[in-house]
Write a protein that binds this ligand. Structure first.
Ligand code: CTP
Ligand code: MG
Length: 228
């Protein structure tokens, strides 16, 4: 079952405080984005990759693709102000594919097994996302005091890749644009037009590198991988 993948990598990485785009930080001699891209490069179901980058970093990314021999990148498009705008630009570059995955460039530990599970679910339901049950208790807080404790058993932390039928996610993004809605993930745009999103159990190791501590977790995940 074939798909194309849009990889947004055009953020500023403010919370990482690294002074460079976090996708260019090296983990075991390879930039984060290369770890991410290699998974798709090695997946036979992946027909092509659309990367979304900042214009100012385009050349840097292009050089990395050559250096690490990533061959499936079909196009590199420019990012927008918000992640959603970046993804939209990427989606417009997806051609001749029934299914598309949208995957954060800063999430290098996705597995081919999960990707295939998600594509199959997207084939059945139109949209599918990976998620893990929340470990911490979650409370709504305002001005330093608790408003309420949210019931945890139904709370899941949502990850990427998110898998969609191309026509459905394009419609969802177009509608959000027309209506001025900006969400924090792509599935939320599908939800708001009344369509169902299937949730599958993800993996706690599929972290998004967001703050400096995540680099420590990433090193630990990589050492376990190498032991195998
Ligand atoms: N992203 C993007 N375009 C944007 C914002 C984010 O392509 N305008 C990408 C990031 O590069 C990242 C993914 O979307 O791979 C998830 O976003 P996030 O983790 O929030 O990354 P940043 O926005 O770069 O980080 P921060 O919010 O800390 O600035
Ligand atoms: Mg961000």
């Amino acid at each position: 079952m074939l798909y194309q993948v849009v990889i947004p990598a055009a953020g500023q990485g403010k919370r990482m405080k690294a002074g460079i785009n976090k996708q260019l930080i090296k983990l075991r001699h390879q930039p984060v984005i290369i770890h991410t891209l290699k998974v798709f490069e090695q997946d036979d179901w992946c027909q092509g990759i659309v990367m979304v980058v900042n214009e100012a970093e385009r050349e840097q990314f292009q050089e990395l693709l050559e250096k690490f021999q990533i061959k499936k990148v079909l196009s590199i498009v420019s990012g927008g102000a918000e992640r959603q705008h970046s993804v939209y630009n990427g989606l417009k570059a997806v051609k001749e594919s029934d299914f598309v995955l949208i995957h954060d460039g800063a999430r290098p530990f996705i597995t081919i097994e999960k990707i295939h599970e998600l594509v199959k679910e997207a084939n059945e339901h139109g949209a599918a996302v990976p998620a893990v049950p929340m470990k911490d208790t979650v409370k709504r807080v305002s001005q330093g005091f608790v408003d309420e404790t949210v019931e945890r058993s139904s709370l899941w932390a949502i990850q990427t890749p998110q898998a969609f039928r191309v026509s459905l996610i394009l419609e969802a993004h177009e509608r959000a644009r027309q209506e001025g809605y900006v969400g924090t993930d792509d599935a939320s745009l599908v939800e708001r037009i009344g369509k169902k999103v299937k949730v599958i159990e993800g993996n706690y190791r599929n972290i998004k590198l967001t703050t400096p501590d995540d680099l420590l977790f990433a090193e630990a995940i990589l050492s376990v991988k190498e032991e195998r």
